[in-house]
Design a protein around this ligand. Structure first.
Ligand code: 28F
Length: 222
């Protein structure tokens, strides 16, 4: 925070996500149980968009120990190429810039509840969030804490070049949410509806919190 001056795009990033932390209710409706679960829907919605585009047929949602959420899809992976206008990888833009419109945010989505909140809002309201992308035989990763980038997008390993997709892991910020324990049945109900609305899509929900006992629910249409 001390040894560099912010450039124009960085100022925009900080401004945007700090606005979300100041008035979370404006972006997710509430900071109670509903808002908490909404974080998961926002991330899953992005994976569902990838399924609707025809590139993803499997989404896995895990509730990990400590009520950490992990969502994985087998889509194309959020693009990692550097965008000309921001000089940032597309995935960084998606996660650190508050979007007024388009695929992420803005509210063009209409079906079922409060939509268009976007990945950057989830990031802003998470204690930490990590995004991992599998593309062209490489595994990319970036980490944020309360919306702030901890390290630039980097290659952390190699994978089967046939494997593509996106994995997002996050811990909701307990200084923002009154409730940070996820209800398996609330998520299950929502994913059942989402899978039903998306032909050929399989959504797997796994509860891996030890104290809850392991549970799994597989939603698939037809
Ligand atoms: C676990 C959550 O968020 N999955 C997503 C994609 C794929 C593309 C994409 C997403 C491009 C520039 C916005 C890939 N290749 N799962 C997810 N999978 N977003 S989010 O593009 C986002 C835009 O900035 C994708 C070609 N086109 C789109």
């Amino acid at each position: 925070v001390t040894d560099h001056e912010y450039n124009a795009s960085e100022i925009q990033v900080l401004k945007g996500l700090e606005a979300v932390r100041k008035r979370p209710g404006m972006y997710i409706g509430s900071t109670g149980e509903r808002g908490l679960h909404h974080l998961v829907y926002e991330i899953v919605d992005n994976a569902i968009d990838e399924a609707l585009a025809g590139y993803c047929d499997h989404i896995e949602v895990k509730i990990l120990k400590g009520d950490i959420i992990q969502v994985t899809d087998n889509g194309r992976g959020i693009p990692v190429d550097i965008q000309a206008d921001t000089g940032l990888p597309a995935v960084t833009v998606v996660y650190t810039i508050l979007h007024a419109g388009g695929k992420f945010g803005g509210g063009y989505k209409v079906s079922g509840g409060l939509h268009g909140v976007g990945a950057s809002v989830v990031n802003a309201l998470s204690n930490w969030l990590e995004v991992e992308i599998y593309n062209e035989g490489k595994i990319y990763r970036q980490r944020y804490e309360r919306g702030k980038t901890i390290y630039k997008l980097k290659v952390v390993g190699e994978c089967d070049p046939e494997k593509t997709g996106t994995k997002v892991t996050f811990l909701p910020d307990d200084t923002i949410f009154e409730e940070t324990v996820f209800e398996y049945d609330i998520l299950k109900q929502r994913f059942r509806e989402m899978a039903f609305l998306t032909a050929g899509l399989k959504i797997v929900l796994r509860d891996e919190r030890e104290e809850e006992g392991k549970r799994i629910f597989i939603c698939q249409d037809s």
